[in-house]
Unconditional design. Structure first.
Length: 186
């Protein structure tokens, strides 16, 4: 059987593999997608299985008593079926390991709501966090979500800071240059 595309790995493992089957795995560490100093704030955007590394981020920040704030944007199709690690996120909110969480479930209402919609709604706070030194992480789908999130962030800068589109783009480019806008997309 041919190896599945990376975007289908979770489905492949969960639904197609038979118990006891062997799978070849190649691990490639991403040294460019790591946490900043413990006192720095982080903003994490992880729809669907893209939220997995942020689970580890929050666990590490909790274990090391990091002082930086942690904000998660999570999205998926349905609240009742797709809210990955829901109880862990609620515990993290309760104990302060997670400062904020905004969720978007695209199929729970007639109009689809995605993480980029929540980012837009929270744009003033988001830009304030970024201006204060926060790092912005995006993990998940590269084809649509990551591009839409980045475009929304550019629009947010333009709106909040009354910038022309080219200057708002430069603000996000500067975040990338400063290694404060980081992506792990597939």
């Amino acid at each position: 059987m041919a190896a599945p595309a990376r975007a289908f790995a979770s489905n492949y493992a969960a639904e197609r593999l038979k118990r006891g089957a062997r799978v070849r795995v190649k691990l490639r560490p991403n040294r460019h997608f790591s946490l900043p100093a413990p006192d720095r704030d982080i903003i994490m955007v992880g729809p669907g299985t893209g939220v997995a590394p942020f689970r580890a981020f929050v666990q590490e920040r909790r274990a090391t008593a990091a002082k930086g704030r942690n904000w998660l944007f999570f999205g998926d199709r349905q609240f009742t079926h797709d809210f990955l690690y829901q109880l862990e996120w609620q515990d993290a909110l309760n104990d302060g390991a997670l400062t904020r969480m905004d969720v978007a479930f695209s199929r729970d209402q007639p109009e689809k709501i995605y993480v980029q919609d929540r980012i837009w709604e929270r744009r003033a706070d988001l830009v304030e966090w970024l201006d204060g030194g926060a790092s912005f992480y995006v993990c998940g789908d590269a084809k649509a979500m990551a591009k839409d999130v980045r475009a929304t962030l550019v629009r947010a800068y333009a709106d909040v800071k009354s910038l022309a589109p080219d200057l708002a783009e430069q603000a996000v480019v500067q975040l990338e240059r400063d290694k404060r806008y980081l992506q792990d997309t597939y």
